[in-house]
Write a protein that binds this ligand. Structure first.
Ligand code: AMP
Ligand code: FE
Ligand code: FE
Ligand code: ZN
Length: 281
């Protein structure tokens, strides 16, 4: 079983990388992708917990934004983490998430919701990428909402008046950075329409031209119709279809391996990286 897209406490997942590896083993997963938002901070701990039977695909879910302000998540995997341009771009995004969070907190304060940036940062593991889920956790801790889900519904969604974006490269820039670092680029849940505005089917062309290797087709936030449409796009461009859970620990309902990638698709993807970087013990 191949699950190429999961999160740990190095970003907005609730399991430490070590816990995630242990759960993946217990679940019978054979290939696990660690894709924390805009960081590689969880990689070393994940490697340390690895045992025979499970292979690790290290990567990052890179936040991107189109020229017209649509949020896109680009999965980058099997790249060289010593690549300066890519690491610099990720650091810039992580950095800009702090000022952005202060702005969101300020907007909430304006309508009388009492929350501080310190309370948000208290929810963050050391060195982790800051995100709205940590603000959600702070609101839960103060009993302002019951769950992350409710926090997003009431205050934090992309269409909310409290929403503020952060710096992010364009999808094409993100793809080029990943490819130049020797990795593979797969757009994550492109038709997850409940999350906000989504890219048009036409916009895949320039991403494929930039070197995009695949599309995450099977994902709980995409309807069967959306998945069918994406499968056609994959065929049209001769790229690769993946499926994955987008597991976040207790932070979301998503269960490990609820959607998976075929071994054929994974073999094709692995072959597109410029070196053999899947970690096996
Ligand atoms: P950010 O990176 O700060 O823009 O926050 C985006 C993250 O929020 C996504 O990666 C999801 O993990 C999380 N998220 C989005 N919608 C929800 C939701 N309804 N419930 C829980 N988590 C969510
Ligand atoms: Fe997330
Ligand atoms: Fe995502
Ligand atoms: Zn994700």
């Amino acid at each position: 079983m191949i699950d190429l897209h999961t999160h740990s406490s190095a970003s907005d997942g609730t399991d430490t990388p070590g816990e995630l590896i242990n759960k993946a083993h217990a679940r019978g997963i054979t290939v696990l992708g660690l894709m924390d938002h805009d960081t590689v901070a969880g990689w070393d701990e994940a490697i340390a917990y690895l045992r025979p039977g499970l292979s690790l695909v290290l990567g990052s879910e890179i936040s991107a934004q189109t020229a017209d302000g649509i949020s896109v998540h680009m999965l980058g995997a099997l790249f060289d983490r010593d690549n300066e341009p890519l690491m610099t771009a990720l650091a810039k995004t992580r950095e800009s998430r702090f000022g952005r969070m202060e702005k969101i907190v300020g907007r909430l304060n304006e309508v009388g919701i009492e929350i501080t940036i310190e309370e948000v940062l208290a929810q963050l593991s050391e060195g982790a990428t800051l995100g709205r889920p940590h603000l959600a956790d702070a609101l839960v801790a103060k009993r302002i909402v019951k769950s992350r889900e409710e926090a997003f519904e009431l205050y934090l969604s992309n269409s909310s008046k409290f929403y503020v974006s952060h710096y992010a490269p364009t999808p094409e820039e993100a793809i080029r950075l990943i490819k130049e670092a020797g990795g593979v680029a797969v757009i994550a849940h492109p038709l997850a329409s409940l999350r906000g505005r989504i890219v048009s089917i036409d916009s895949f062309k320039s991403m494929v031209d930039a070197g995009m290797d695949g599309i995450e087709v099977s994902h709980r936030d995409q309807t069967p119709e959306a998945q069918e449409l994406l499968a056609k796009v994959v065929k049209q461009y001769g790229i690769i279809a993946t499926g994955s859970s987008d597991y976040h620990g207790n932070g979301k309902m998503n269960e490990l391996a609820e959607f998976t990638t075929t071994s054929e698709a994974f073999a094709e993807l692995e072959a597109r990286a410029n070196a053999r970087r899947v970690v096996r013990k």
